[in-house]
Design a protein around this ligand. Sequence first.
Ligand SMILES: [Zn+2]
Length: 359
Amino acid sequence: MSKQPFCQTKAYRNLAEDEITELTEEQAREQFTLFRWGSTTEMPCPACGSVDQHYHRRSRHQWRCKHCYTDFSVTTGTPFLNRKLPFKKILHLIYDFIASPKGCAADEYHAKRGVTLRAAYLNFHKIREALFEMRDQTPLSGLVQVDGGHFCGKPRRPRQRKQVTSGIVNNKLRNRKASMIPGGQTPTMEPWNREKYINRRIAIVLRQCGKKGEGANRTIVAIAMNENAESVIPLVRKYVVPGSTVWTDDGHAYKRLSAWYDHDSVTHSKEYSTDKGVNNNQAESYFSRLRRAEYGIYHGMRCQYFAFYANEYVWRADMNKKTLGEKYADAMEKIFKCGPSKSWRGYGGGHRLGFEYMG
Ligand SMILES: [Zn+2]
């Protein structure tokens, strides 16, 4: 019998949904307070930073700072600032997000939690943004696998179906990656459809591998417009310690890496792993999950928020040896450390981020 994956063991299931369902709203608020400050009586003032037993304005669920007299609540300075949902529903949504192994579509959870689709969408995105803001970008070392995957900006099929021969299919497959350049020219496609490639983004994933057979232990993802040497090499140099071993596929973008790294490549048109064992399978495994999320869970990702989605799957991949309780605590810690949401605060009032996270 093969070894049981950790996410199917009893040790993994150390936090059940019932534990949140059984909370009263008051207890849910208390849990929020404890996750944020580790205490319900003594906390730092978000305005001046002084730690004290501030005046508790019990009926308003607020505190007044003993030093600068600023009023604050447990959500002041967090992504859930000005929240309208009850604490218990927010805790439920956070639990849904961390406990779903493949991703968490707002569409699936809004009715289940009795909130609007927009509330579920915004709150899931706030969690995603917090994980993104607090991601660990310390450079990777040892053995690192690097690869690029193409996402977003999917053109539609033409109205009329052309006669398909094996030659056309082979040609398409061969030219697929080369033709998917955002804003680039793709022959045999109508101009309105070609424009959809403007939304195409490239996820460059870098995965640090542990001992043989243990898979990757840390992952960094960066977003680029092209998979060419100009975009890829600065990213690899930024995120990988010089002198490390880097494994890639035989793409042109990676050819010059041997100037800084012990670089080996695998020719994917011939083999998935060379005789020496050089492969890119950890990077491919990350893309496999992100690809299934794009098609099967989210049914598309907008390129403005692609960095958040890509990083969500970095978090899921890197936390795959952690228990549910540890995942919940880790997400809570990141939510409370990242400050108010930059992308989603005021979203209902028309506020938008106005730029994309790249690199
Ligand atoms: Zn203060």
